[in-house]
Design a protein around this ligand. Structure first.
Ligand SMILES: [Zn+2]
Length: 599
């Protein structure tokens, strides 16, 4: 496995960062063997001074990349310790901190990237400190926390466009550092600061699907334009940071943010079979081609491929789902469990009085709003269950969530947790119902509106032609994707009306083994080695009336959709369009001109 994988920088550790939780979640013996090979290698490579990995990495020009790689290796090893209890991991982390990182101020190189990624080691360092309570380790961690004091200015600097760390990948890592510092110092301002950073990114660079625009760096102007890109590495690292922040602050809104990324931005940047991905995805993505765009990245960044633009996303992308699964359920301080994010799952835990409980979650969420939890245990047991109620539920709009327990139904307040504490009997069932149907408009700007259906953003289905640009091994291809149906339409949805004031046909189709595959996209069959267009419809298809927008065309310079017209000129004829989940589209329009702005 290590043969053929670049030993340099952070790429190999990135691969194992995703592979380690995945191997145990799938209970796949072959993948577990790959991980053991990696762990054995890392342990055997540790040197006297605590450093580990191939010795030649010490010659690399960018110290920060090497230290980032080691931090990712530690996160993979911690995931391995979680499932195996291998004591070698604790000793390796300890020796790395007391031997190498204790002196980081002597060997680091100045610079914002170095400071930001060096702090990624806080994840492993705090994990170790919680086990050893070693005061000298705490001193190192505190010193590391204060490595870059400019981070406390991030909210203002993001708003002013002066943030020194304007690299999307570094920001995605850095989102969690103030929350980690709170664990060590307990300063409430750090938690408030974390929220302020997330809100500043929303305001200045916020994009559909929970991401912020950063096609390598934050765009210099008009950060919310729906043709700006976001790197896939940023999406999965952003998800991981939200998971770590929630472990500290427990705020319900973090689950909303996580689900938006997981159910929209992550699948939207990847083909339905996961064989190809984009470096930079767009909300309005009407042509995928090898051509320069207004990105910092090269002409391949918008292709779906094996390693378009650069190999980092290839190494990173697959930790999005396994880390999400790892964090869906978490333990509470008082012996219960909390549902941070929803989806079909099972969690097994021990209660304070020694009963082993499995909580099974059956659902087709995020495509459907019905969720049932079944308690499986050998005996009755008392513990709390906390269920997150997303902020997009709203009783004023007739979109209340309801919880049914022991025959009693109650409405749940949005943006909170419902706490259920009972002496649970084996076989008991809890029902949670979210109002997921139809469309809810979300005004994005003076000229644009997006449409939501619960946690999913909806996008116009654009009929597509796939052109193979390169063929690698097995299912790996590079694809150009061209539109064969008009994309310059807008649904007749009134942005100011809670349900859009439009006649919508909302069709639920059966879930398949590839829930985010697009109808008609080429899907690789590993048994036959062949390709076939995906024959199934997306799990959700909404049909509604729309009009062509005559003054909305391609951009005059770049191969992207032109700016959304503030005053759209609509064709007289009404047409029917189909909207499907953003994550099920490779070409799409997800921000539309507003019909209340028609001249
Ligand atoms: Zn990347």
């Amino acid at each position: 496995m290590l043969n053929g994988v670049p030993a340099r920088g952070h790429l190999t550790p990135d691969l194992f960062n995703g592979l380690t939780p995945l191997a145990w979640q799938l209970d796949d013996a072959r993948l577990q063997d790959e991980v053991r090979t990696f762990v054995d290698y890392v342990v055997s490579s540790q040197r006297e001074d605590g450093r580990f990995g191939p010795p030649q990495v010490e010659e690399e020009p960018y110290r920060s990349v090497v230290d980032l790689g080691r931090s990712k290796a530690l996160e993979a090893l911690i995931a391995y310790h979680d499932v195996t209890g291998d004591e070698r991991v604790i000793e390796l982390v300890r020796r790395y901190f007391v031997g190498h990182l204790a002196t980081f101020r002597e060997h680091d190189q100045p610079g914002w990237l170095n400071n930001t990624v060096l702090q990624e080691n806080l994840v492993a360092g705090i994990w170790l400190y919680e086990r050893t309570h070693d005061s000298s380790l705490r001193d190192v961690l505190l010193d590391m926390c204060h490595l870059d004091e400019s981070q406390s200015r991030w909210p203002d600097a993001i708003r002013e466009g002066t943030v020194a760390v304007n690299h999307g990948y570094a920001i995605a890592h850095g989102l969690k550092y103030a929350a980690l510092r709170y664990l060590l110092e307990g300063d409430e301002a750090d938690l408030a600061g974390t929220e302020a950073i997330l809100e500043a990114l929303d305001t200045e660079y916020g994009q559909i699907g929970g991401r912020y625009a950063a096609h390598e760096c934050l765009p210099p102007e008009d950060g919310r334009a729906p043709t700006h890109g976001t790197e896939l590495c940023d999406v999965v690292e952003h998800m991981y940071s939200l998971e770590k922040i929630f472990e500290v602050s427990g705020r319900a809104s973090l689950g909303d943010r996580l689900e938006e990324l997981a159910f929209n931005a992550l699948p939207g940047a990847v083909t339905g079979d996961f064989w190809a991905h984009q470096y930079d995805q767009q909300a309005n993505q009407v042509l995928v081609s090898r051509a320069k765009r207004e990105f910092d990245n090269g002409p391949e960044a918008n292709l779906y491929g094996l390693m378009p633009n650069y190999v980092c996303c290839t190494a990173n992308m697959h930790h999005g789902w396994p880390r999400f699964v790892q964090h869906m359920w978490m333990a509470t301080h008082d012996g219960g469990v909390v549902a941070f994010a929803y989806g079909p799952s099972e969690v097994t835990f021990g209660t304070g009085d020694g009963v082993e409980v499995t909580l099974r979650e059956d659902t087709e969420y995020p495509f459907d709003g019905a969720i049932t939890f079944t308690i499986e245990a050998s005996a009755s047991a008392r513990f709390p269950i906390l269920l997150r109620i997303p902020g997009w539920t709203d009783s004023d709009l007739g979109l209340s969530a309801t919880v049914r327990v022991r025959g009693k139904v109650r409405q749940a307040e949005s943006g909170t947790f419902v706490r259920l504490e009972e002496t649970w009997e084996p076989g008991e069932v809890i029902s949670l119902s979210f109002p997921i149907h139809g469309v809810t408009p979300e005004i994005r700007s003076d000229s644009s509106v997006a449409l939501r259906r619960g946690p999913l953003y909806l996008a116009l289905r654009v009929e597509s032609e796939y052109v193979e640009l390169a063929h690698y091994a097995l299912g790996a291809r590079d694809w150009e994707i061209r539109p064969t149906s008009p994309w310059n339409v807008t649904p007749m949805v009134h942005p100011g009306h809670p349900h859009g004031h439009v006649e919508v046909t909302d069709t639920r189709n059966p879930l398949t083994r590839l829930p985010f595959a697009a109808r008609g996209e080429p899907i690789y069959d590993p048994i036959t080695g062949g390709w076939a267009p995906w024959p199934h419809s997306e799990p959700v298809v909404l049909t509604m009336p729309a009009r062509l927008v005559r003054n909305w065309r391609m951009h005059p310079v770049w191969p992207i959709a032109g700016r959304i017209p503030v005053r759209p000129e609509l064709d007289e004829r009404e047409v029917q369009i189909e909207l499907v989940p953003y994550g099920s589209t490779r070409l799409r329009v997800a921000e539309f001109p507003r019909i209340d702005r028609v001249c």
